[in-house]
Write a protein that binds this ligand. Sequence first.
Ligand code: C5P
Length: 308
Amino acid sequence: MTRSVTARVPAKVNVQLAVGGLRPDGFHDLANVFLAVGLYDEVTATPADDLRITVSGADADSVPLDRTNLAARAALALAERHGVEPRVQLHIDKDIPVAGGMAGGSADAAGALVACDALWGTAASRAELLEICAELGSDVPFSLVGGAALGRGRGELLTPLETGGTFHWAFAVAEGGLSTPAVYRECDRLRAADGQGATVDDVPDPEPSAALLEALRTADAAALAAAVTNDLQSAALSLRPALADTLRAGTDAGALAALVSGSGPTCAFLAEDAEAAAAVAKALAASGTCRAVRVAAGPAAGAAVVPG
Ligand code: C5P
C-alpha cells in the first residue's frame, strides 16, 4: 500500500530582529522575535525508488530540485539517524515567497522532517527533531514550533512567547529574492563603513525589547507597531533601494507599521484588523511597487501533519 503524508508549515515574520556583531564562525548573535503567520507551504512525502523533489506553486521554478534543497537535506538527516533508506518523493506546494525573508526554505525543511517521521514511523522525539532543525539552518527550529518565540544564539535557541491575540498583516512580495548571507554581509559592510565596526567586539549584544514582548502579550497592535525593528532593513534597502517605495506605499495606505521581513525582500505591514490588512493589500497591489500581495494573521501553529 502506498500512502502519503502531508505536513503544513507556516511562514514567519520577524517583529524584532536585533543583530549583534559578526562571530568568528561567520554567524551573528541575534535577539530574534519570530511570529508565525498563516501563509503555508505543504510538503507531501510519498514512498518512491529514490529521494526525489518536485515543486508546485508560485516561484516553483526557482526552487532547487537536488540535494541542496533543505527539504531533501532534512529527509537525509532523519534517514541517516534512524538507519532508514531515504526512498521518498517530497512534493513541495509553495505559497511562501522563495528567498523572501519569510523562512520558506526553513518551512520546507521542517515540513519534510515531520512528514518523513510520520511516513517512516521513526517517531523521533521533539528534542531530536529540534536538534536536526538547528543543524539545517538558523530559522528551521522556529518553523517546527511556530506560534511566537524569541530566538537567541544565531536564532536557533528558542523560548516560546505568550501572545494575547491575533495580529493582522499584509505582505508585499518583491520581484526576485535576496540572498540571506549577502544581506548579512551588507549589514557588516555598512557598520564598518560607519566607522562603528562589525564584529562581536564592536557591536553591543542584541537584546529583546521589553515593550515589544509586552505588546505581543497584550495583543496591542499599535504598541507592537511602535516597537518593531529590523537591523537588517538598512542592508536590504541598500541592496534593493526600490523597497523604500514599497514601504512608503503601505504606510500611505494606513498600515500601523511597515518593515522588511527578515533579510527581505518581502515587506510586512501590520494592520489594526483583518479588514484594514485587506485594504492595505489592495492599495499595495494598485501601487505597482511589488509583484504580489498576501494577507495573513499570526500567531499560526508550527509544522504539523495534515490529518489524512
Ligand atoms: O542558518 P542559515 O543557513 O539560514 O544561515 C544562512 C546564512 O545567513 C549564514 O551562512 C550566515 O551568512 C547568515 N546568518 C548569520 N547570522 C545568523 C543567521 C544567518 O550571519 N544568525
